[in-house]
Design a protein around this ligand. Structure first.
Ligand code: HEC
Length: 178
């Protein structure tokens, strides 16, 4: 290696070490401490006494949109958003969430051997019809308080329609469209 290259590398190394050192010293001199309360309040303020709590945003029914929805787009959306936790193929393994083959028309907590939350288990007698899935994916924690599905929710009605149209196809005998 030429001397010039060596010099250049040494300069880069020195700069890196100096930079790291500055960070360490900075951390010692300035004690970072966390705010006890967030400086910015997120969400609505708690209702004051005598005032009714603000109603949760209404969730548009999905059934009228399903016939025209795009299962292909739904497949793409679930691939981006849901596939980090769910598989969709028949017999697919569970991930963070249960496999979703045959979910439409099935009962809540449908996957044998999956460890559901107590909240989800308590609804085992209820059917995942189109509107139940619609409400759940629009806001899991709002639809089923205590659910373990750590997903904030899908606010776009059109996207939910596409996703549900795709979920419907995950069956040898898909449930009829509404
Ligand atoms: C961060 C991981 C995660 C993501 C992302 C996620 N899920 Fe889930 N999902 C879960 C878990 C965990 C459960 C089990 C919930 C429980 O037991 O309360 C679940 C449960 C479900 C159920 C009920 C299954 C049953 O057997 O009753 C449906 C339907 C569902 N998810 C659909 C979706 C869809 C559609 C998306 C994408 C829009 C999605 N999930 C995104 C983790 C996730």
């Amino acid at each position: 290696m030429s001397l010039e290259v060596n010099k250049a590398l040494a300069a880069v190394l020195t700069a890196g070490i100096a930079f790291m050192g500055a960070g360490v010293i900075g951390g010692v001199l300035v004690h970072p401490h966390r705010l006890e309360h967030s400086a910015i309040a997120i969400g609505a303020p708690p209702p004051s006494e005598g005032q009714a709590p603000a109603a949760a945003p209404a969730i548009e029914p999905i059934s009228p949109l399903l016939a025209a929805a795009s299962a292909d787009n739904g497949r793409a959306i679930t691939g981006r958003i849901c596939a980090s936790c769910h598989t969709f193929t028949e017999g697919g393994r569970a991930g963070v969430g249960p496999n979703l083959w045959g979910i439409v028309g099935n009962h809540h907590a449908h996957a044998e051997g999956f460890t559901y939350s107590a909240a989800m288990r308590s609804k085992v007698g209820e059917t995942w019809d189109y509107e139940a899935i619609n409400h759940f994916i629009a806001g899991p924690a709002r639809a089923i308080p205590g659910t373990r599905m750590a997903y904030a929710g899908m606010s776009s009605t059109a996207q939910r329609a596409d996703v549900i149209a795709f979920l419907r196809t995950l069956s040898a005998t898909p449930v009829p469209l509404p």
